[in-house]
Design a protein around this ligand. Structure first.
Ligand SMILES: [Zn+2]
Length: 279
């Protein structure tokens, strides 16, 4: 009898351990559900205040993959008149860039747009099956008021906007409404950097979590100096700085804030050719 009780107690203990093990394992899996890669598809000479020890703008795609989702953070651009205007070098089409990591363009399930500038939405038509996620206010402004006389279309290309509207008529655009919103499981959007009318940056959950700053902080030095990117209007200066502070605290450390255009990403993370693996 005594032996039997002891056996049962031991069995219970063992079952508890197995259960604990499974729970930890499962939660670890949902934590680290997306891999994160940066794929470089072009560069541009740029003499502006990048704060980077390497002068220049790197155009890259951020690709997030889970079991059932293949997500781009912004689509990049490819139209030849734009490439010529910015004298883009070392260029490959975003459609070819994703294939470097074994993804076909029609396998991209979602594109989450940080903002409407031409180098971020210009290639949405290369990924025919993707649902496009965008801040509602960003969409409304750049498909409407921006083109009125009091509006601001800096960094926009009219034909990208036409494509965007067409995507919406096809039911392919989904709106994100406001700050600190979960867009897809484990990916949240945040406002406040105001690089454009309603630009957003993102936190990708997992261990470790990362913040993708996009153009709200496009270079490491701007993150380090808590400066943020170029802003929509001068009154956004304070909010842009605060956004960088918030990125650092959301990421749980400055080294986990990933800027949107900095070549140094390809030195800080394991890199093969054009592809840096962040996680
Ligand atoms: Zn931009």
């Amino acid at each position: 009898m005594k032996n039997n009780l002891r056996f049962k107690a031991r069995l219970n203990l063992r079952l508890t351990f197995i259960l604990l093990f499974l729970v930890t394992k499962l939660s670890a899996q949902t934590d680290a559900q997306y891999s994160i890669q940066a794929i470089k598809y072009g560069t541009m000479n740029f003499q502006g205040d990048t704060g980077s020890p390497r002068i220049g703008v790197t155009f890259m795609l951020f690709l997030l993959k889970s079991k059932d989702k293949t997500i781009l953070i912004d689509a990049g651009f490819y139209k030849t008149d734009m490439l010529a205007q910015f004298r883009v070098k070392d260029f490959i089409s975003p459609a070819d860039a994703v294939q470097l990591v074994g993804v076909k363009p029609n396998e991209v399930t979602d594109i989450i747009i940080s903002h409407a500038h031409l180098d971020h939405i210009g290639a949405i038509d290369l990924f025919p099956n993707a649902t496009i996620w965008m801040q509602r206010k960003e969409y409304e402004y750049y498909t409407g008021l921006a083109w009125q006389t009091e509006g601001n279309t800096g960094g926009l290309f009219w034909s990208d906007v036409v494509t965007l509207v067409q995507k919406n008529t096809e039911g392919k655009v989904k709106f994100v409404d406001g700050d600190d919103v979960e867009i897809l499981p484990g990916i949240r959007g945040y406002l406040g950097g105001r690089h454009t009318y309603a630009s957003q940056y993102f936190k990708v959950d997992g261990s470790p979590a990362y913040v993708l700053a996009c153009d709200d902080a496009p270079f490491y030095r701007l993150v380090e100096e808590r400066r943020g990117g170029t802003i929509f209007e001068p009154t956004d200066a304070e909010s842009s700085k605060k956004a960088v502070e918030r990125m650092i605290s959301l990421a749980g450390g400055i080294e986990k804030v990933i800027p949107g255009h900095d070549i140094l990403i390809f030195e800080k993370f394991p890199t093969k050719g054009r592809v840096a693996t962040i996680r």
